[in-house]
Design a protein around this ligand. Structure first.
Ligand code: OSB
Ligand code: MG
Length: 373
């Protein structure tokens, strides 16, 4: 398909409440969205990089720079036949997966629209709805956390994930478990621990957690495999898994028993599908992570979660948990059974509220085919 132009926008979106992890607090999101225009159609993509390079080495600003100076012009010149061609088109640029994913996912959206199928159908999705969990940040006190959990369970969410770190772990799990002995419960450390904390981490086994996500270094497999030998709680890797090869290495080394797939972290749909398939062939379940996305990124996550091996509830939840007003229509809603119904209209299945986007835009840049000639 011939790419006529790419428009980048930085949107400022305040979260309805701050989100705290072991690496910091996010109050306001600076979200980079891309609009890729081709033959009368518009594909949308969202860059999931954070405001600061704390989850990974990318940030809103690094992604902006890489898209404007490298990836955008390259994509316009390449005339990709479909989304699956993007990794090869971008291959000379090392790293920067979240910047690449923003563009690649927009091309997949375009392709689905052109074929007249939903994005879920295009990638071979097999479900009509996805199972939803919530990721709950570190709170000021345990009673406040318990109140939030109660509300999320009442809303229907099927799994509660607790962000944790030293000082916000065992005591929290104890109180949550004593109140809700049977809920699906997991935790996410975002690399808050060291191998010397292994004895402490072993004490998590008493709480029947579905998994502990990324306890050790963000780029590690070996020490996670050492730790997994000592834990009965399954380790799930998030940050460490950048691609299919990492997936094979982690499974081979027994560094984890579950994998969290994030479109941005692995560079877009092509690699996400490759990770999904590699895990499925080896009996490793996957689930879809979240990065506090606006409705655009969220709609890509919903389509991805329709693949067969997404057998565990993900972090993809209702728009209203994040935003006073989301930039898509309808907003993402979760049923009382804790599910999101996958749209079956062409493309991502959610319209973009362009007027709202214009109001939220603080920076805009157009890369046009004409300028490239
Ligand atoms: O590790 O999964 C993570 C948010 C920002 C950065 C990293 C993570 C998260 C979440 C939130 O857990 C998931 C969401 O609700 O979007
Ligand atoms: Mg995580």
């Amino acid at each position: 398909m011939k790419i006529d132009g790419i428009i980048l926008r930085e949107l400022h979106l305040p979260l309805v409440k701050p989100f705290e992890t072991s690496f910091g607090v996010t109050r306001n999101r600076r979200i980079l969205v891309v609009e890729v225009r081709s033959e009368g159609l518009i594909g949308w993509g969202e860059c999931t990089a954070g405001e600061r390079p704390y989850f990974s080495s990318e940030s809103t600003d690094t992604a902006w720079q890489i898209i404007v100076n490298e990836l955008g012009p390259t994509l316009i010149n390449a005339t990709p036949e479909h989304g699956g061609k993007c990794p090869k088109i971008f291959r000379l640029v090392r790293g920067n997966p979240m910047a690449k994913a923003a563009l690649e996912n927009a091309v997949w959206d375009l392709e689905a629209q052109r074929e007249g199928v939903s994005l879920s159908q295009l990638i071979g999705g097999v479900r009509e709805s996805i199972a939803c969990g919530v990721s709950l940040g570190i709170q000021k006190s345990i009673p406040e956390l318990l109140e939030i959990i109660e509300k999320e369970l009442e809303a229907g969410y099927q799994r509660i994930k607790l962000k944790c770190k030293l000082g916000w772990d065992v005591e929290v799990f104890e109180q949550v478990r004593s109140r809700w002995p049977a809920i699906m419960l997991s935790c996410d450390a975002n690399s808050a621990y060291k191998l010397r904390d292994a004895d402490h981490l072993t004490s998590f086994d008493a709480f029947d957690l579905l998994m502990i996500e990324q306890p050790l270094w963000y780029d590690d497999f070996y020490y996670h495999s050492m730790l997994q030998k000592r834990l009965s709680t399954p380790i799930c890797l998030d940050e460490s898994i950048r691609n299919r090869r990492d997936t094979l290495a982690a499974i081979e080394m027994e560094s984890c028993k579950i994998i969290n797939i994030k479109l941005g972290r692995v560079g877009g749909f092509s690699e996400a599908i490759a990770v999904h398939n590699a895990a499925q062939e080896r009996g490793i379940p996957v689930w879809c992570g979240g990065m506090l996305e606006s409705g655009i990124g969220r709609s890509h996550n919903i389509a991805l979660s329709s693949l067969e091996n997404f057998t565990l509830p993900g972090d993809v939840s209702a728009s209203a948990r994040y935003w006073a007003e989301d930039i898509i229509e309808p907003e993402v809603e979760v049923t009382p059974a804790g599910e999101i119904i996958i749209p079956n209209t062409p493309g991502r299945g959610y319209a973009v509220r362009t007027e709202l986007i214009d109001r939220l835009t603080v920076r805009k840049e157009t890369i046009s085919a004409f300028a490239m000639a």
